[in-house]
Design a protein around this ligand. Structure first.
Ligand SMILES: [Zn+2]
Length: 355
């Protein structure tokens, strides 16, 4: 399928231009030899054949649905949300055009696709999923469209995911949002590197002419992510604390890798409401353990965080700091994915090394 365009172009070029001159030359040569009748017969047959080939070639050029390998055409990548799109763009560079389904910095757990999103999926060559329950609705989309010729990449397939407890006890449909795993892999540079490896392989599979280009860009990205992982290891090695208070429990992979725990106002799925009891428990915990920092992504509502801050401050007289801890759901504060991961390290170091 990928070769239809170059072949069509060659066919058109050859028979429109070269064939014409070829016939003219042949005609002159044969005329000089004095066998014109044979030439006329031959010429008509050739013309008919040439015409058919040109028509077929032009039709293929116009109606071919899979034309990404033609000069100037890019591999159409669809990523469900920002971090995956970031990785795909870093690796794919000029050879890809990346579209993101979930708008930047919006709630990912409760997001659901519209009809135009389904069309976007059906137009893509490569579909990149996070998996782990984050983009569970993609399964329904893929069942409703023709996926032949498309590469579908679940970037967390085969990775060691953190299983969730009993969160899926709600009614059908909603329970699937929570799935069985913590989906927030991208917030750990280590896990993000594994996800990038899968995206790299998919791009090479789809567009093998770009192998060296993708390879070079992937190496650069991988080195940046591995540097980040080393920095997290080094800078959090001498932490004095082992728990962070967060608005939304999205940092499980980060916490597991670098040796601390998270306690959230809201659990793994950010579309839940906290109970008054859970806020009271957090006030008790912060007061008892002398915790004076609450982490919050700047794109999210701070209402529960401010409630918690006021409660602790009223009880203890401390000044409780609200620090930014990015969820990397879109560029924000002028920072891209890597920039947000770097800022997260600084913020975590500040909170985890407090006396
Ligand atoms: Zn989340």
């Amino acid at each position: 399928m990928h070769r239809t365009i170059p072949i069509a172009r060659i066919v058109i070029k050859f028979f429109k231009v070269e064939y014409y001159f070829l016939i003219k030359i042949l005609e002159k040569l044969i005329r000089m030899a004095g066998i014109i009748n044979v030439v006329n017969l031959l010429r008509r047959k050739w013309l008919a054949l040439a015409l058919i080939i040109v028509i077929v070639g032009v039709s293929l050029a116009i109606f071919s649905p899979n034309s990404e390998n033609a000069p100037g055409k890019k591999v159409k990548v669809l990523a469900t949300f920002y971090p995956l799109a970031y990785l795909a763009e870093e690796i794919g560079g000029d050879r890809v055009s990346v579209r993101t389904l979930i708008p930047y910095n919006t709630e990912v757990h409760s997001w659901q696709p519209s009809v135009s999103d389904i069309i976007a999926v059906s137009n893509a060559d490569i579909i990149i999923l996070n998996g782990g329950g984050l983009d569970w609705w993609m399964e329904d989309i893929l069942n409703s469209i023709n996926t032949s010729g498309k590469l579908i990449v679940n970037t967390t397939e085969g990775l060691e995911l953190i299983p969730l407890g009993n969160e899926s006890s709600e009614e059908d449909g909603h329970a699937r949002i929570h799935a069985n795993y913590d989906p927030h892999t991208w917030l750990s540079p280590y896990m993000a590197t594994r996800q990038a490896e899968k995206i790299f392989s998919a791009l090479v599979e789809e567009d093998s002419f770009g192998r060296e280009y993708y390879q070079a860009r992937f190496e650069v990205l991988k080195e940046r992510l591995e540097d980040l992982d080393s920095k997290y290891q080094e800078e959090l090695a001498n932490k004095t604390r082992d728990v962070i208070i967060v608005a939304h429990e999205a940092y499980g992979y980060l916490a597991a890798r670098y040796g601390f725990r998270q306690q959230g106002i809201i659990g793994i799925s950010a579309d839940q409401q906290p109970s008054l009891q859970s806020i009271k428990d957090l006030v008790d915990m912060m007061t008892r353990d002398n915790i004076k920092v609450i982490y919050l992504d700047p794109a999210y509502s701070d209402s529960y965080v401010m409630m918690l801050k006021r409660e602790v401050e009223a009880r203890t007289g401390w000044n409780v700091q609200v620090m930014k801890l990015y969820l990397a759901l879109g560029p924000v504060d002028g920072r891209d994915y890597i920039g947000q991961m770097e800022a997260n390290l600084k913020a975590l170091k500040a909170g985890l090394t407090m006396p």
